[in-house]
Design a protein around this ligand. Structure first.
Ligand code: MN
Length: 197
């Protein structure tokens, strides 16, 4: 494991006791596929929110999205950047026990791959470069979310962790259609996940 990756997961490790929570430890997994992963986890913690995560350099760069991603370009969703999570977290679905950080139910609400959006004549940079620049344009290929999305960092603010997650206008806009609220992995409802413990 490179020093950079170790540092990136320090906060994740500090917040958790892996003897108590079923969440993945920060051990690095061996990944062969070249496609980059994205996942949206619905998290029934003290406040219900959605965690939007993009694979970058073998970890999941993460944002908490209180209202969840929208498929309507008009609805700009606040996305607050949180600590990087280990890659294996993408498949974590279950219950974080009482008394632990983020206690409550976690559902893999959507999962799939993403690509960086290439603009005409521009050389494609690495995901982290767009993260640093504060604007990440991506195309999602998930079960519920598809097409172009942009994450834009809000600049004029004292807290520098606030971004907006916005659907781009394309053929995947589904402004009115309701999204199915079951797990993209197990087809379970949040209630069923919580009951299984
Ligand atoms: Mn969360």
């Amino acid at each position: 494991m490179s020093p950079a990756k170790k540092d990136s997961l320090n906060l994740y490790k500090k917040k958790r006791n892996f003897e108590q929570t079923p969440e993945p430890s920060a051990a690095q997994s061996k990944k062969k596929e070249k496609e980059l992963l994205f996942v949206v986890q619905k998290h029934q913690a003290s406040h219900l929110h959605y965690d939007f995560r993009l694979e970058m350099d073998g970890v999941l760069v993460s944002w908490a999205v209180p209202k969840g991603p929208s498929r309507n370009p008009v609805e700009k969703r606040l996305a607050v950047q949180t600590e990087d999570h280990p890659f294996d977290y993408a498949y974590f679905e279950g219950v974080i026990p009482e008394g632990n950080y983020g206690a409550g139910g976690v559902m893999v609400w959507d999962i799939g791959t993403y690509t960086l959006l290439k603009k005409n004549n521009q050389r494609l940079l690495k995901p982290r470069d767009y993260l640093k620049a504060g604007q990440i344009e991506i195309v999602l290929n998930g079960k519920k979310l598809q097409g172009g999305y942009v994450l834009v960092k809000l600049k004029k603010q004292s807290v520098k962790k606030n971004w907006l997650l916005i659907k781009m206008s394309d053929e995947y806009v589904k402004a009115k259609k309701r999204i199915n609220n079951r797990s993209a992995l197990s087809n379970r409802t949040m209630k069923q996940i919580m009951q299984a413990g």
